[in-house]
Design a protein around this ligand. Structure first.
Ligand code: KG4
Ligand code: ZN
Length: 328
């Protein structure tokens, strides 16, 4: 089966083709328009998706050496995400499906981040997955495909959101996550100890306290100090965020006794998190899976592989497929 995947839930218009063995193409059109505003402007995102979606899908088909007749089903993100952005992808995919008589498959964006790990090698079940993106943070236990138990999630900001908000306070360009990562690699993670919330028990996360602490710290120290010590502050912030993520991940692996552990979502591109997760996998003797860099942040390859997995199970949708903004 060959699947065309389309992603438009946030600020990336993406399309990919997967034939069950290989990702034949993976095209991402990022929306630069939001940089000026220091965050995503939903209405501008929908308009940009609308402008680029046809070209992006055409490019994905061309690069895969396919035409629409070679596609067996079309998969699309149905949520969670920005409603206007989701609608553009969904309407486009429904149109493709109707006009070309191809089955339609709705994909949950968070599932897709997780199943991005299946593109190159299939992890064994059961596994624990830490999904850390810009909008959501959750720790799940998965014992069979599409059956997951949520062990914990964030009570306030998502991990990526914390990076982005802190980046903004530090005067870094949007999105702050990759910028802080770059700076942190040149800094001292022990420069300042920012708070780590809810470390001692449970699987829940909270990052808003860290953001507030950084805000007061930077006000107290002043702009010049912050700029002079930017690398050290970024390293200390990254250390605090990744410490919390890794402690919870370790607790989940120990409690469930799984032998496979997965990272997923935009923040899984973070170099410090990847390093700490590798260390954890050696310490607990579990196999670690982290998506390739291009499959960490939003992409359509993850939609295509998840669509493929659903198609294999005979799980298709019809024209009644609806978008949803919030997590299921
Ligand atoms: O999964 P994703 O592309 O979009 C959502 O589904 O939200 O995640 C985007 C998030 C942003 O908050 C971005 O700052 C963060 O992932 N991110 C990173 C890194 N690369 C992307 N955070 C920390 N370090 C990175 N290298
Ligand atoms: Zn995402």
């Amino acid at each position: 089966m060959t699947i065309l995947g389309i992603e438009s839930s946030c600020d990336e218009t993406a399309a990919a083709v997967y034939d069950g063995k290989k990702m034949l193409s993976n095209i991402i059109a990022s929306q630069a328009v939001h940089k000026t505003f220091g965050g995503i402007v939903p209405e501008l995102a929908s308009r940009a998706h609308h402008k680029t979606i046809t070209g992006t899908v055409e490019q994905a088909l061309n690069e895969a050496g396919s035409c629409i007749d070679d596609i067996d089903a079309v998969a699309v993100t149905s949520g969670p995400g920005l409603m206007g952005s989701l609608l553009v992808g969904l309407c486009f995919d429904k149109g493709l499906s109707l006009a070309n008589k191809k089955p339609l498959i709705g994909i949950d964006h968070m599932d897709a981040h997780m199943y991005a790990n299946f593109i190159d090698e299939e992890p064994d079940y059961p596994f624990v997955c830490l999904i850390v993106s810009g909008g959501h943070t959750r720790l799940v236990y998965v014992d069979e495909p599409f059956q997951h138990t949520i062990l914990g999630k964030t009570r306030d900001d998502a991990a990526g959101e914390a990076f982005d908000k802190i980046g903004k306070i530090l005067g870094l360009p949007y999105p702050g996550g990759p910028e802080i990562d770059q700076c942190a690699q040149k800094g001292n993670p022990e420069f300042y100890e920012f708070p780590r919330s809810m470390m001692n028990k449970g699987f829940e996360f909270s990052f808003s306290g860290l953001k507030t602490s950084l805000l007061y710290y930077s006000k107290e120290k002043g702009e010049q100090f912050v700029q002079e010590h930017l690398y050290d502050i970024c390293a200390s912030v990254s250390e605090a965020i990744t410490d919390v993520l890794i402690v919870k991940l370790e607790r989940a692996v120990v409690k469930t006794g799984v032998k496979s552990v997965l990272l997923a979502g935009g923040v899984s591109a973070n170099s410090m998190l990847r390093k700490k997760a590798e260390h954890l996998s050696h310490k607990l003797n579990v196999k670690l899976f982290i998506p390739k860099m291009e499959y960490c942040t939003d992409n359509a390859a993850m939609i295509a592989i998840t669509g493929y997995m659903k198609a294999q199970r005979g799980e298709f949708d019809d024209m009644g497929l609806k978008p949803y903004a919030k997590l299921n």
